[in-house]
Design a protein around this ligand. Sequence first.
Ligand code: ATP
Ligand code: MG
Length: 309
Amino acid sequence: MDEIKDGKVNIERYRIKEGTKVNLKKYSTACDVVIDKAKVKSLYFPEVIEKMKDLQEKLYAQDTYGLIIVLQAMDAAGKDGTVNHVFANLDPGGVKVVSFKQPTSEEKDHDYMWRINKALPERGDIGIFNRSQYEDVIVTRIHDLIHKGQLPQDLIHKDFWEERYEQINNWEKYLHQNGFQMVKIFLHVSKKEQQRRLMDRIINQQKNWKFSMSDINERQYWDRYQELYEEMITKTSKDISPWYIVPADNKWYTRYVVALITLEALKKINPQFPKLAPEVQEQLEQFKKLISEVDIKSLEEIKNSIDKK
Ligand code: ATP
Ligand code: MG
């Protein structure tokens, strides 16, 4: 295992290069580096968050680029915890978190991208997608929802899923060409750790509210889910919108890596505070003079009034 100095994990180890055929079994679900956990929590993680905040402020001020972070995972892999611990630290005014659940009847009445398009962040903002357009090539397939839905049945043919990957890739390229960058994160949890967390939701009264019968039901399809995730990541990890497979068995490490990935994405955008036009700059100089004069005057007035007493 690589030994990490000063918390400097190279996130490239988790990025899936375009064209790589993914076999999830080859990717670690547990922290796969030697790193000081206590220091990550008390020092390195807070430092990364501070740097993220700094760049987020610039992204917001510049108001030209937008960033979308997609989170996909098996149940109980820690999507919600990641959102709460990583992104809740940012300025809420510039962050938009959207969770995609089972489509409502209104959403089913449209093409699958309709609700995703509606949820896109504005320029200057960071959009967090808790589940995403990728549910439409995963859960839809597991439960054969396409045949049960409203899509004209004559449009379903053997290349249907290939076409869907193509649509998603084209859409992400379109967004990129319009100033919206996307990074996609798969939280890779082991079957054993999922079992432990689901059990915890049953036994631990404070976690009972998180328990859902559907999590147990979906667990039966574990292998099929893994297969589809492999295919999906293989087909849709692109240089402009890469997938990262992040170990998810150790929450403290997952959160640290997700923060590092986000920081890297922001650095790549390299946002800058907008430069003022020369005439505005000149006006500001005049205001500066005016304010200092006003201050001196009012100070003198106060002084005089005190002297008179
Ligand atoms: P938690 O981790 O808290 O359980 P969650 O993201 O699993 O959060 P749930 O409300 O439990 O939230 O589940 C949402 C469900 O909606 C998931 O089972 C998911 O597969 C399903 N879903 C999301 N998008 C679609 C879609 N396009 N078609 C069908 N089902 C979908
Ligand atoms: Mg759930």
